[in-house]
Design a protein around this ligand. Structure first.
Ligand SMILES: Cc1cc2nc3c(=O)[nH]c(=O)nc-3n(C[C@H](O)[C@H](O)[C@H](O)COP(=O)(O)OP(=O)(O)OC[C@H]3O[C@@H](n4cnc5c(N)ncnc54)[C@H](O)[C@@H]3O)c2cc1C
Length: 422
């Protein structure tokens, strides 16, 4: 690790990896800082799986079914997963251990310096610029400076430390989407399980209505994995806890584990194929769908997604629907965008109002609660990161004193050359 970089990327999830790789490939020096011992972010630390669709929603005639809206580095990762046998034949479920290795290689091959177990605990800000950050590792502190920064921490942690203003959750009461501890059950007869699960949903619903469940989720959300005899559950739901508060998070972890145990017992008693099921793993960290969203130069509203507004300064596309898991109880609201169309993410929504040398990428850019529920998926976060990395590389190379001055036409021209869609 050097003392100074052109760019420091905070956080090694899909957004951070997209940003770091895109920037390093344009020849600037990049440090990627990650508090865990691996890259992939929520996909590995919170066991988030599968990739939600990166394709346009099909028209009634099916004509648009396979037209991607998310490509570039995300598609490279997907193809690598496929080549290693780490992608399920459904093209969406992946093996997270293979993903970690692919992310290591991708960043190293691009020339990114990576530090793991490095928690960003502070920063120095002067004249609307972040000058340096403090990394903490096993009690030791390191000071590293950079010309520019990308905050891809998911929670806008660096932006928060730099004093940027932000919003939390929905406008009416600041409640965020629920947190979920993903977990896996083994020793499941999956053939029997998948043939019966639809019928079992009714039993779950009945128990929920009778008030017999701790978990307020309306149904069982479950995915198959590549591994035989294992199912992946996205079913716990912790509501009304603040995901950026130490007590909120602590209570959420314990409550989610109780819900996991509740599910195990439910499964053994009610789901054919699960009579001998065993808990094999829960994610190291509870999954956070939504937390801080910065106040940016532009705040994207959900109406603009439904209208499929094509922003002139678009740096990524999306077609995933609005998908709001109830912040205060049962229910999930899904609202699809028009078939065959896509929305765009404007560059301005990555620029925090009060900083000149930082962009935010991933699930914490400047949008409303409703819009965030759509673009937050891994394929789109990766593309937002890639757009941020390209923009920062131009800011550095052209010695711009403000990320607002980046020439979007130049960003688009680079994106065209690497199959990144905007
Ligand atoms: C329960 C759940 C289910 C979901 N389901 C799906 C799904 O099925 N499909 C889909 O595509 N998406 C899904 N999502 C959404 C998706 O997983 C996330 O929105 C997306 O991964 C966010 O990517 P990111 O790079 O912005 O942030 P993250 O993946 O959260 O990465 C942020 C990284 O920053 C690091 N970090 C944070 N703070 C610091 C610090 N101070 N110092 C150093 N490092 C730091 C973290 O360790 C992490 O690695 C789900 C999310 C959740 C929580």
């Amino acid at each position: 690790m050097k003392n100074h970089y052109d760019l420091i990327v905070a956080g090694g999830g899909f957004a951070g990896v997209g940003a770091a790789v895109a920037a390093a490939r344009r020849g600037i020096s990049v440090l990627l800082v990650e508090k865990n011992g691996y890259l992939s972010g929520s996909a590995a630390m919170s066991y988030v799986n599968p990739f939600m669709s990166q394709f346009k929603i099909s028209k009634a005639d099916g004509g648009e079914r396979n037209i991607p809206v998310n490509a570039g580095i995300f598609e490279e990762i997907r193809q690598e997963l496929k080549a290693f046998g780490g992608l399920h034949e459904n093209e969406r479920t992946f093996n997270m251990e293979i993903l970690k290795i692919i992310m290591d290689r991708l960043t190293k091959n691009a020339g990114v310096d990576i530090v793991f177990h490095a928690y960003i605990s502070d920063c120095v800000t002067e004249d609307e610029r972040i000058k340096s950050i403090t990394l903490s590792c096993r009690g030791k502190k390191y000071e590293v400076s950079a010309d520019c920064f990308v905050d891809a921490t998911g929670d806008a942690n660096l932006a928060y430390m730099a004093g940027c203003s932000y919003r939390l959750g929905r406008e009416s009461d600041n409640l965020c989407q629920p947190m979920t501890l993903c977990f896996r059950l083994g020793e499941v007869d999956t053939d029997v399980f998948w043939s019966q699960i639809k019928n079992v949903q009714a039993i779950w619903k009945e128990k929920l209505e009778k008030g017999e469940l701790l978990n307020p989720r309306e149904n069982i959300l479950v995915f198959n994995l590549i591994e035989k005899g294992v199912i992946h559950l996205n079913t716990t739901r912790v509501i009304k806890k603040n995901p950026v508060d130490i007590l909120g998070l602590s209570e959420a972890e314990m409550l989610a584990r109780e819900q996991m145990l509740e599910f195990l017992n439910f499964a053994r008693e009610n789901i054919p194929g699960c009579e001998n099921a065993q808990l094999i793993a829960s994610a190291p960290e509870i999954g956070v769908r939504e937390s801080r969203m910065i106040d940016g130069e532009y705040t994207v509203r959900v109406e603009e997604f439904f209208e499929c507004v094509q922003f002139e300064d678009s740096i990524a596309r999306g077609a995933y629907p609005v998908d709001i898991h109830s912040p205060d109880g049962t229910g999930t609201t899904i609202m699809k965008i028009p078939a065959g169309k896509y929305y765009t993410i404007p560059y301005r929504s990555l620029i925090p109002k009060s900083l000149k040398n930082m962009l935010v990428a991933g699930r914490c850019i400047s949008t409303t609660h409703e819009a965030q529920s759509a673009y937050r998926i891994m394929p789109i976060c990766c593309c937002i990161g890639e757009g941020a990395g390209i923009a920062i590389s131009l800011a550095v190379k052209n010695q711009l004193d403000d990320v607002r001055k980046v020439d979007i036409a130049q960003v688009h021209s680079i994106m065209d050359s690497c199959n990144a869609l905007y």
